[in-house]
Ligand binder design. Structure first.
Ligand code: DMJ
Length: 519
């Protein structure tokens, strides 16, 4: 067959070479035009009209208390500082270098300028009432955001920041352009699912559709927190387009996971998309695992609690996590460690701190009515993470902290002492505030606001710091897009009334982009 194909190709080539150069060029041009026309047809296919769900809670949420209002205004001013500087020095780039005052990017966004900060920040601008800035962002997206680029991007990051950001902007503002761009981009991610198992590759080239995995991930594995954090956005895409393709992709992942054995009931962080087998047995509620658990719970909430299969998977997973990963330190701090090949590492990441909010959010509806228990667990994690901030010089939390050899909630290794404007601790304060109204959460949120403003603010925006234990920290010179999407949004909501984006009607994706519950 190979020989026959080869000879056929040679014959065709000989035929072609009989033609003149101009004829050949004309043929190529006709082919090209055909492809362009088809792409255009595909891109401009009108989406079916779908009624916007009944959107509640898009109001100003202005607090009556003067002190709270002033704090909220301060956070809005910080957002404006971050945005204005990005606008001036990094416009169109993915992120900003606030000290060098120029654009910045990392490999998760590929090699093109996709305006990650614009897309990530849109809904925060909208919620804060920064409407001129929102319009500027919308205009840029309308004119410049193009996904037909030869660029290899992270499927997970593009989903949570771009698709999540565009969908939230659409639901909040009703502007069609966001929906259209979200659907176009989703189409570019679909080839990532073309693997022997349907577990997507970590990266995909937006133009060629070729996918692959990170070189560092256990024997060519895909990562739990990456392929397990697509559900919310993909369900919304199917809802908005009437096309089940997105829904089917994520449900296929779920079905596959349900069939697999789990060591000690835990989900390992690595799964090989070719063989369908687990990679290294490493389980964590921080990096590599985190938002997989979050999306099981949120799939249930987003379905108006109809998706009980997701709730069961969440309950099972959390029970195993409590049994094997959650411990109390000698000093009485509850922490979530990491499971590595049968051994518990007594270390917790800043990323893991989001789990306090997750436990509180999942309390209502928990198995055996353990709502009180999970709310308490959320409070304990919030307390531990606050301690990780409070035990530093800058009152900002390190990337990872230990509970070992007399050390409690403190980073030991130099390369774990940085703070890169991450949101997780503040996210947990906000959920805990919504569920308890205990004033300490606002107080802790305000401490973090002041520390960020004092130590991370520079004249060209906000920067991460390399060592939270040093009184004269050096900057990493990156203003992360999630600072505008998440950190500042959660702070703003912490000092707003609860009727701004009530949790009965909105579910926040893992990048803090609010999506409506589909009743
Ligand atoms: C964000 O992009 C998301 O919150 C993600 O789930 C984890 N990490 C960053 C922020 O720290």
């Amino acid at each position: 067959k190979i020989r026959a194909d080869h000879e056929k190709a040679l014959e065709e080539a000989k035929e072609k070479l009989k033609k003149s150069r101009d004829e050949i060029q004309a043929e190529i041009q006709t082919e090209k035009n055909k492809v362009v026309q088809e792409l255009k047809k595909k891109d401009s296919k009108p989406l079916p009209p779908v009624p916007l769900p009944n959107l509640i809670g898009i109001n100003s949420g202005e607090p009556a208390d003067l002190d709270i209002r002033e704090k909220r205004n301060k956070i809005k001013e910080m957002m404006k500082h971050a945005w204005d500087n990005y606008r001036q020095y990094g416009w169109g780039h993915n992120e900003l270098k606030p000290i060098a005052r120029k654009g910045h990017s990392t490999n998760i966004f590929g090699n093109s300028q996709m305006g990650a900060t614009i897309v990530d920040a849109l809904d925060t601008l909208y919620i804060m009432g920064l409407h001129d800035e929102f319009r500027e962002g919308q205009e840029w997206i309308d004119k410049n955001l193009d996904f037909s680029v030869n660029s290899e991007v992270s499927v997970f990051e593009v989903n949570i920041r771009f698709i999540g950001g565009l969908l939230a902007a659409y639901y909040l503002s009703g502007q069609e352009v966001f929906k259209i761009k979200a659907v176009q981009l989703a189409g570019k991610l679909l080839p990532a699912f073309n693997t022997p198992t349907g577990i997507p590759w970590a990266m995909v080239n937006l133009k060629s559709g070729v996918g692959r995995n990170w070189g560092w991930a256990s024997a060519g594995s895909s990562i739990l927190a990456e392929f397990g954090t697509l559900h919310m956005e993909f369900v919304h895409l199917s809802y908005l387009t009437g096309d089940p393709v997105y829904y089917n992709k994520v449900m296929h992942i779920r079905k596959l996971l349900q069939k697999m054995d789990r060591p000690n009931g835990l989900y390992p962080n690595y799964l090989n998309p070719r063989t369908g087998r687990w990679g290294q047995h490493h389980t964590s509620v921080g990096g590599l695992g985190d938002s997989f658990y979050e999306y099981l719970l949120k799939a249930w909430l987003m379905s108006d609690k109809m998706d009980t299969e997701a709730r069961k998977m969440y309950d099972d997973a959390i029970e195993a996590i409590e049994k094997h990963l959650i411990r109390k330190s000698n000093g009485g701090l509850t922490f979530i460690g990491e499971w590595k090949n049968g051994h518990l590492e007594r270390k917790m990441g800043h990323l893991t701190c989001f789990a306090g909010g997750m436990f509180a959010l999942g309390a209502d509806g928990s198995r055996d009515d353990k709502a009180g228990h999970y709310l308490q667990l959320g409070a304990e994690i919030a307390h531990t993470c606050h301690e990780s901030y409070d035990r530093t010089t800058l009152k900002l939390g390190p990337e990872a902290f230990k509970f070992d050899g007399g050390v409690e909630a403190v980073a030991v290794r130099q390369n774990e002492k940085y703070y890169i404007l991450r949101p997780e601790v503040i996210e947990t304060y906000w959920y805990m505030w919504r569920f308890t109204h205990d004033p300490k959460y606002r107080q802790w949120g305000w401490e973090a606001t002041q520390a960020i403003d004092k130590y991370c603010r520079v004249s060209g925006g906000f920067s991460g710091v390399k060592d939270v234990y040093s009184s004269s920290p050096t900057y990493d010179d990156v203003q992360q897009s999630f600072f505008l999407a998440e950190t500042l949004k959660y702070l703003y909501l912490l000092f707003s009334n609860d009727d701004l984006l009530p949790l009965d009607n909105w579910v926040f994706n893992t990048e803090a982009h609010p999506l409506p519950v589909l009743h």
